[in-house]
Each structure stands twice: as structure tokens, then as C-alpha cells.
Ligand binder design. Sequence first.
Ligand SMILES: Cc1cc2nc3c(=O)[nH]c(=O)nc-3n(C[C@H](O)[C@H](O)[C@H](O)COP(=O)(O)O)c2cc1C
Length: 209
Amino acid sequence: MEISAAGLDAGAAYKLLVGIVVPRPIAWVTTVGDGGVVNAAPFSCYTFVSNHPPMVAVNCGRREGALKDTARNIAAGGGFVVNVVTEELAGPMHETSAEFPAGLGEPAALGLELLPSKFIKSPRLACSPINLECMLHQIIELGELKSQLVVGEIVMFHIRDDLLDNGKIETRRLRPLARLGGRNYAPLGDIMTMPPAEEALRRLRVGED
Ligand SMILES: Cc1cc2nc3c(=O)[nH]c(=O)nc-3n(C[C@H](O)[C@H](O)[C@H](O)COP(=O)(O)O)c2cc1C
């Protein structure tokens, strides 16, 4: 099957992409809005984009042309927290994606405990074992629907002690949750460790005279 992108409308392209770009990690983003209301929402168009300084990018689409609360709050306030989502947080994380009425913060409505951040106004979610405090670096508007690619510089990592070993994250212990298409999620599954890639060069005798 060949599908020309030129013939696809936004909805059809979205349907394909959410099934093709999988599994996606989930950034559960906390921000502060008007009147100090704390907002939380999940975003799976998310990855890290720089390691010095460390930066992540989160893509916020629009709702009927209007900015989502998360994008609006970040543009106005300049800071946000990415809370890492683990298997046991699937329920509350998923619920925060509902459209709560303006002025009603998801953490307050759902009884999610908040902890203060060190450098930014947005608080962190206590239930998440890793929180990344981010300062807004850049917002890049993309495509005809003008989605907002929000790039943030991480200024503070909060990592639960048992998840860190010699500077590395204990991925099995973290049990991150991934998003697939629609309302489908996936746990980590088996981890495959491959031999060094250079072994292929030796096997193929590349570079030998
Ligand atoms: C797991 C998950 C991942 C999501 N990823 C995105 C995303 O990457 N971009 C986006 O615009 N919306 C995404 N959404 C939808 C938003 O979470 C939803 O529109 C939410 O209401 C936005 O909240 P806000 O208006 O408080 O920012 C996702 C929803 C779920 C459940």
C-alpha cells in the first residue's frame, strides 16, 4: 500500500501517525495558569532534543483552533514540569486528558498531591518518580493547524533515589508507560540487549586490507 501524503487530510494523517510512531513516552505536564490554577495534562508527542544543555520538546496541538491550557500557560509563564508516567499512574494520567472546565485544575479535581519546584513556579506531581523542571527555551509553530512545539531546558532533575544507579536510570524498576494509538497503552515489555554494532564491521571485514 502506498499513500501519498498530499491526499491526506489532518485527521487521516493523525490516524496513521499515532499508530506508526509507537511506542511514545508520555510527558505529564504541569503548569500554572490564571489565578494560580495548577494544570496537568499528558502529551505523548514528546522526546529529548539536546543533552547540553538538556532539553525536551513537547508538541501541543490546538483544540478547534485555540491553544490548549498547557501551551497557553507555558507561553505566559515560561516554565513547566514534565512528570514521568509509570504503569501504576495510567489511571490518573489518562483522566487528566479530559477537558476540565477553565478554572478547575486537574490535580485539585483528582486529588493529586503537588510538591513545589526549586526553580520554577509550576509544581511537580508527587506521585511521579521523576520530575523535570523546565524553563521555556522556544516555541516553534508547525503546520497548517499551527501546533506548538514547546522546547524546554531542564534546569532540575528530581529522581527517586532507587531509580538511579551510577548516573543511569534503572529502567526496569521505573516501569515507564508508553502510549500507542487512541486509548491504548503499553508497559515496557522485554528488554533486548544487542552486541556492539561494530561487530558487523568485523564480520564483514570492512576496513581490512
Ligand atoms: C496519553 C495521552 C497523550 C496525549 N498526547 C498529546 C500530545 O502529544 N499533544 C496534544 O496536543 N494532545 C495530547 N493529548 C491530549 C491532551 O492531553 C488533551 O487535549 C488535554 O485536555 C490537554 O489539556 P490542557 O488543555 O489542560 O493543556 C494526549 C492525551 C493522552 C491521554
